[in-house]
Ligand binder design. Sequence first.
Ligand SMILES: *Cc1c(COP(=O)(O)O)cnc(C)c1O
Length: 332
Amino acid sequence: MKIEALPRRRYTPHPTPIQKLERLSKHLGGVEIWIKRDDLTGLAGGGNKTRKLEFLVAEALAQGADTLITVGAVQSNHCRLTLAAAAHEGLKCRLVLEQRVKGSYRKEASGNNFLFDLLGVEAITVVDGGSDLNAAMQAEAEKLKALRRKGYIIPGGGSNALGAMGYVVCAREILQQSLEQGLAFDQFVVASGSAGTHAGLLVGFTAANAGVPLTGINVRRPRAEQEGNVHKLAVEAAAFAGLPAPSRESVVALDEWVGPGYSLPTDEMVEAVRMFAALEGVLLDPVYTGKAAAGLIGLARRKHFKQSSKILFVHTGGAPSLFAYQPVLQGT
Ligand SMILES: *Cc1c(COP(=O)(O)O)cnc(C)c1O
């Protein structure tokens, strides 16, 4: 179905800005770094999940759901934003939290975990890493059914074909802004996690024949596995929207900046978070954009990009989780 014809809620009343990172570019030397401020989307604290939720929550409402059910890691930005959308729409929200790192859930933890409570979460079910997350969410839906209520299940990260439409739209927005501002980018860079953002952008750029490579920086999985996941979702999303499917070769998801694993700090992440903050006044996050920016910085330093390239880094948000990582990020 045409994206324009899909039910959609609006959570960001404006295009997010594209800005030049003058001081960071000078610091790195040889490339121009620009940033797409998708950390400034609507809903509590902003971030990329807001764009996916515009479509997902619209479908939930169209189906007459009274409760959103979703899943994420213990510091999930996606769970925070799903709760915020629920509050805004007058819906309830239940979370399944996966301990991707053993024993990582702490009821009293700060960051997004604190915001789950503040945003009025109805129930939290904590499960071990590797659990059947769909079954856990289905169990929540069954509980609601027994109460004559109706749940709507949103997959992890909002990453299905419908959610990915949020980033097909974002790709169009980026190309429109590039045209208006006379910005001919040579390269796009984005964090690649549950894949909806990466896949959606790729579908949008491919459909528009943008001719600009998109490099994903992984935060969790080995390269081949992640590229397979992104490609599969991109093909589904393209079919869903009646757009051409991106080729397998156009999917690039580098895994050199994952470090020891999902959400586990690396020196490069700490450097990137501190560098963006001190040089540009831009807050990244420790789990996604910190590692993606570490990849961007690493690629620039090893002269991966040709001289004077214009690079657009898509900032996908996440700053609220900084507060759960203070001991790792604080300077001496
Ligand atoms: C979820 C998330 C990502 C990754 O996006 P996916 O669509 O899951 O690949 C990147 N950055 C932040 C801050 C996120 O919360």
